[in-house]
Design a protein around this ligand. Structure first.
Ligand SMILES: *Cc1c(COP(=O)(O)O)cnc(C)c1O
Length: 402
């Protein structure tokens, strides 16, 4: 059995599809903000599995909830009731001030679910003619990898060679409320967007944009769908990023940190007027709402709130952004972010973000480049001030080497 990093790498390359290009590190253990490779080297995780491990790696209370539930009951399918689902619903709805929830597994499935609900709502409630419903999306979006979702991606690598695509989507520029108003027609069912575009490189829209989008959607009878799969659950220093502008979406999508990284769990949060269009048999998932997922999610939400991770995200996020912004190096063009969702934009003359990520790895920080010149920094929300300062110090050193 292969056991060295080189052998395991070779195995991956020999048998796996090559749809990812990971950094050269083979991880075997995680605890809190730290992960360890096979040689016992420790790294600060500055990606948090794209915000799926906001609560930190292998959080002991979530682990306990997982093992307890796994030894009792894991899956019943929704053909029968299970004694965790109602508890999960109520706790999630209370926390997010929602009134209806639909559980799924991956983030992309939550997106698909919302698109289906929005179309059904358009026909049943708004009165759009059959097969005419349209959904407005933003350029630069990332909502997952299923066929319908990549149908409205504007990223060539996500789309090329995967057609024909699902019709019924219209793309507008991100952050432009006038463009939204101009794009709305009587057939518009919904407007789908990320409160901050994560994969696009932590793109923050202008102040007031979400409020304008909310007002336009209300005025024109259009559902507002916020994809908070990455921004939600404390990442931006609030439970949901929509809170920064004091709005509420009609459909809110969460996933990733909903399980603290233990298990794929996603959900669509909504209200009766939208979710009420679904009848038995019209949508579902074998694993959606299973008791293991519910028990894990309940604890993942509980520790997020009880252990002050949302507030810590705001406090340490500010400390990390300020520290990075103080790095006196021409390579850094901009530091932006909200809470612990941060991006460092490098000067194009500097030689790209990937080599910097390689050098950061050598210095004990695992970061991921997005596009050519952007480094995303999103550690677990349990990071403390000393570790933030250590990371800033490492960053400063690595950039000075360039
Ligand atoms: C990760 C992500 C998704 C897709 O989630 P998967 O679990 O990978 O399907 C959708 N939207 C956003 C904003 C994401 O960050």
């Amino acid at each position: 059995m292969p056991t060295t990093a080189a052998e395991l790498l070779h195995q991956e390359a020999r048998y796996g599809a090559s749809n990812y290009k990971p950094l050269d590190v083979m991880l075997t253990r995680g605890e809190g903000v730290w992960v360890w490779d096979l040689d016992g080297r420790r790294y600060l995780d500055c990606l948090s599995a794209y915000s799926a491990v906001n609560q930190g790696h292998c959080h002991p209370r979530i682990l306990q909830a997982l093992t307890e539930q796994a030894s009792r009951l894991t899956l019943t399918s929704r053909a029968f009731h299970n004694d965790q689902l109602g508890l999960f619903y109520e706790e999630l709805c209370t926390l997010t001030r929602s009134t209806r929830v639909l559980p799924m597994n991956s983030g992309a499935e939550a997106v698909e679910t919302a698109l289906k609900v929005a179309r059904k709502w358009a026909y049943q409630v708004k009165g759009v003619a059959p097969d005419r419903a349209e959904i407005i999306v933003c350029a630069g979006n990332f909502h997952g990898r299923t066929l319908s979702v990549v149908s409205f991606s504007t990223d060539d690598a996500s789309r090329d060679g995967f057609g024909p695509f699902t019709p019924g989507f219209r793309t507008i520029p991100y952050g432009d409320a006038d463009a939204l108003e101009a794009a709305i027609t009587p057939d518009t069912a919904a407007f789908l967007l990320e409160p901050i575009q994560g994969e696009a490189g932590v793109i923050i829209p202008p102040d007031g944009y979400l409020r304008s989008a909310r007002a336009l959607c209300t005025a024109y009878d259009v559902l507002l769908i916020l994809d908070e799969i990455q921004t939600g659950l404390g990442r931006t220093g609030r439970l949901l990023a929509e809170e920064h502008e004091g709005i509420e979406a009609d459909l809110t999508l969460i996933g990733k940190a909903l399980s603290g990284g233990f298990y794929p769990v996603s959900a669509v949060l909504s209200h009766e007027a939208a979710m009420g269009v679904l009848r038995p048999g019209e949508h579902g998932s074998t694993f959606g709402g299973n008791p293991l997922a519910c028990a894990v999610s309940r604890m993942a939400l509980k520790v997020l709130v009880e252990e002050g991770m949302i507030e810590n995200s705001a406090v340490q996020g500010r400390r990390l952004r300020d520290g990075l912004a103080r790095i006196n190096n021409d390579a850094v063009r901009e530091v932006r972010g909200r809470g612990l969702m941060i991006a460092v934009e490098l000067d194009p003359a500097y030689g790209g973000a990937r080599p910097v990520c390689e050098r950061l790895r050598e210095a004990g920080l695992l970061c991921k480049e997005t596009h050519t010149h952007t480094i995303r920094i999103a550690p677990p929300l349990v990071i403390d001030a000393d570790t933030v300062d250590w990371a800033i110090d490492r960053f400063t050193t690595v950039l000075a080497q360039g």
